[in-house]
Design a protein around this ligand. Sequence first.
Ligand code: ZN
Length: 348
Amino acid sequence: MQEDTRIPPDLARYSRQVLFRPLGPDGQRALRQARMAVVGMGALGTAIATQLVRAGVGFVRLIDRDIVEASNLQRQVLYDEADAAAFRPKAVAAAEKLRAANTEVELEPVVADLTAANAETYLADVDVILDGSDNFQVRYLINDVAVKHGIPWAYGGAVASYGTTGFIRPGETPCLVCLFGDDPGGGHDTCDTVGVIAPIVQIIAALQVAEVLKWCAGRREALRPGLMAVDVWANEFRTVRYPPRAPECRCCGQRQFTALEAGSGALTVSLCGRRTVQVRPHQPLAIPLERLGARLSRAGRTVVQPYALRFEPGDGTAITLFPDGRALIHGVDDEAAARGLYARYIGM
Ligand SMILES: [Zn+2]
């Protein structure tokens, strides 16, 4: 095949994107200069990160607190059975797969829980933030950092067969607090209660990335003027125009960043519905996993990896411990039981 003279040689691998006129060589170079963070590397996050990395975004930070499980593989497209068998942290497994897809992109996997204490560290130094999280606690953290530092962010959520997305630009569009207040209401359906099918996740992720591509290329006129709600089972695609910004909004109006002031959070956090509870010490620790693993191996099956330790005492529960002291306690339903197991095997 003859070389396409319309494509600068350094952009050859992106030729199909560069040929798309609204992007062109300038848009492609803007993508190469861009720094982005993806919060959550579940179904949405893996779909988002795949597109960003293949598109040639210069720097992508991948943030996730969890490990790969077999039940993720139905929709979390970067993982495979070997990742689940090895209990690999999602951020690490994702970075490895993405590195193979595009070595030009600088990838930074972060195995951590996004909290008020670290949100600015991980999010304030990027140009765009993409939401791949599954809860509003994290989204309010993202929104506070975004408004405080003037960073646009792509909100996205998907459950069952429906999802919602919006591209929030501080100062231009309403922020998350303008749109939903500080409490979007409890009792939301979650993927753990009503399930989720892969097509809606892929659609919402694609809509998030599309807005980010437009924004990066400076194509403001093409940006969607509101939230988009999609239901692939009911065949609905709806754009809900943004209302005006709320002048009294505590976040983008009064610049009160209460989500960021909430301290480092509780000692325990329940992960919704799938018999896993997260336990986190107030201060990050530096746990020598090898040494602890040697001790725990006398009490049950123990696997020590560079990023995490997995321990199964044999009663149907399991502990995944990270070097900073954070642990996922599997096979329990309540926080007290999780705290008990943590105290018993990790010690506090
Ligand atoms: Zn606002």
